[in-house]
Design a protein around this ligand. Structure first.
Ligand SMILES: Nc1ncnc2c1ncn2[C@@H]1O[C@H](COP(=O)(O)OP(=O)(O)OP(=O)(O)O)[C@@H](O)[C@H]1O
Length: 254
């Protein structure tokens, strides 16, 4: 579904120098797979995700989605980025209905569908609230509902739980997994957390330090549905965590 071929990105900095963020990245993601991208800070994880989203242009190689070269954003790829904030002047319902309205869905129908998504992310009682009236975890749930509401085939998530406290993070991870097990979208998920990557993913792509290149792709062969409390006792799970931590440390110096 997603085909990334020898992708590179060199930025022109404000000082007139050039800076290569990622180099020669090739990766294929089949439909319905949950793939996490892990790597040291600054290795280009967000840049890679933005390029798949069509928000940044490649300076080498290309990305195609279902055989079509990515040249800009599209409704087939739904971003859940940290800075992709909710509209503060719209209610939670208004925010979730927004993408549907943009696609020409009539207001009443858009709001009905938005309500169904709010139920799925456990925010139905907060439909009339404004983003500033929500907790961080609720805001992130609303952002996820807003993207899922227009049913993108691909979900692009950039550290969606990074700013949350540990308990909320665990809750949202489990909720995301249970939604994904029903929807089976293709997911590209950027994270700093080895533990989160193993828990959620079918495969984990480990990038090296700057410029980011693929260090290793690790398939996570653990049965689903996954329950974190059970996984923690699972030796295979523990081995994956150790393997990825090792790759991450080595990769930072590669
Ligand atoms: N607009 C830009 N102009 C110049 N350099 C940039 C620009 N955007 C990103 N970079 C550089 O590209 C590199 C990769 O940045 P990116 O945000 O993709 O990394 P990351 O792996 O997501 O980092 P982190 O884990 O810290 O969020 C960094 O060295 C950064 O300085």
């Amino acid at each position: 579904m997603i085909c990334i071929e020898q992708l590179g990105k060199t930025f022109r900095t404000a000082r007139g120098t050039s800076h290569t963020a990622i180099q020669d990245i090739s990766l294929e993601v089949p439909e319905g797979q949950f793939v996490s991208i892990l790597g040291p800070s600054g290795c280009g994880k967000s840049t890679l995700l933005y390029m798949v989203g069509g928000f940044e242009q490649a300076t080498a190689g290309q990305i195609s989605v279902n055989g079509r070269v990515v040249q800009g954003p599209g409704p087939d790829r739904g971003p859940v980025f940290q800075e992709y904030a909710l509209f503060p002047w719209k209610t939670v319902l208004g925010n979730v209905a927004y993408g549907l309205r943009e696609q020409g869905v009539p207001k009443a129908q858009a709001e009905e569908r938005a309500m169904q998504w709010l139920e799925k992310v456990k925010l139905a009682n907060y439909a009339g609230f404004y983003p500033r009236e929500l907790s961080g975890g609720m805001r992130q749930r609303a952002a996820i509902a807003r993207t899922l509401a227009y049913e993108p085939k691909i979900l692009l998530m950039d550290e969606p739980f990074g700013a949350l406290d540990a308990h909320t993070r665990l809750t949202l991870q489990a909720e995301l997994l249970s939604l994904w097990e029903q929807l089976k979208n293709t997911v590209l998920f950027v994270t700093h957390s080895v533990d989160e990557a193993v828990y959620l993913s079918d495969r984990v792509v480990v990038l090296t330090g700057t410029p980011g290149r693929v260090r290793e792709i690790v398939p996570i062969d653990l049965p689903r549905p996954r329950v974190r409390a059970e996984l923690l006792r699972n030796t295979a799970y523990q081995e994956y965590v150790i393997q990825l931590e090792r790759l991450l440390v080595d990769g930072a110096h590669a």
